[in-house]
Design a protein around this ligand. Sequence first.
Ligand code: ADE
Length: 345
Amino acid sequence: MLDWYDRNRRILPWRAAPGERADPYGIWLSEIMLQQTTVATVGPYWGAFMAKWPQVTDLAAASLDEVLHLWQGLGYYARARNLHACAKAVAALPGSRFPETEEGLRALPGIGAYTAAAIASIAFGHPAVVLDGNIERVMARLFQVETPLPDAKPILRAYAETLTPADRPGDYAQAAMDLGATICTPRKPRCLLCPWERACQAHAQGEPERLPLKRAKPERPIRRGVAFWLVRPDGSVLLRRRAETGLLGGMMEIPSTPWREAAWDEAEAAAAAPVKPRTWRALPGLVGHTFTHFHLELAVLVGRVDPVATATLGLWLRPDRFGEQALPTLMKKVARHALSGLRQG
Ligand code: ADE
């Protein structure tokens, strides 16, 4: 496996060159960004963070707003808050150094079992058992595990443990992840190129893409809401900050009704608006956005309001300056929908 890694090494921006010492800060940053996000998306963000905050103490000294702003577009903003909290915690440790053990790493904000193992192994050379979705798939096929996920997890972990080497464990973990990402893919695995082809039980059995099995998921419910696009005569639009905790915590938003399963009628929605314009105009179409646990459909109501008595509602900003704010993707979609709806008259 390590031979395969050395021959097919994927050059990723956070990887140390062979023989070079890995920077724990860079490894940690990449692992947090890679949670739920692809390598291709993470690349430029990782570069931008490292350029702006080259060391953990620099990131710790930044404001949360600056961090959220540079994080914009990566999604799952709780990660950015934890990232900042973790940087502060590490900066406060002796020498501002990351702990080296899985246990020490796990005590930090935003670092779970997978991330602790990945950092311990890649940055510090500890033979920790690294198990992400890619490695789970590789193990399920290699050992033909027929138990569906997530029940299979402890079984897959036990197999992964038997394979984790004392020599170059970090390279081994990254090799296994790369194998899952490039060869042992969910569909159409490229078994001919796989260094483990001859050992693989699912391959021998002839249908490797059948594994891993997954327990049937409940369907995502749909929630509905109405967003209020409130415009002043100077073209500025109302934004406000969401509550610190919960979904999109602390991010800026275009105000809306609560999100619920039942549909809203216009009068009921209008009653929930932060300000009452003389008339509302409903834009055609809906803005759709999928979160982990539900799918959201937002209608948009446009209202023109007077500057008097609306100053304290939040931040009034012209849409061409929305880029200065940490607006989550959903809210960017709402803004795009509103602007194109208004352009079409
Ligand atoms: N996914 C998360 N961390 C990774 C790494 N270091 N190499 C390849 N894929 C990864």
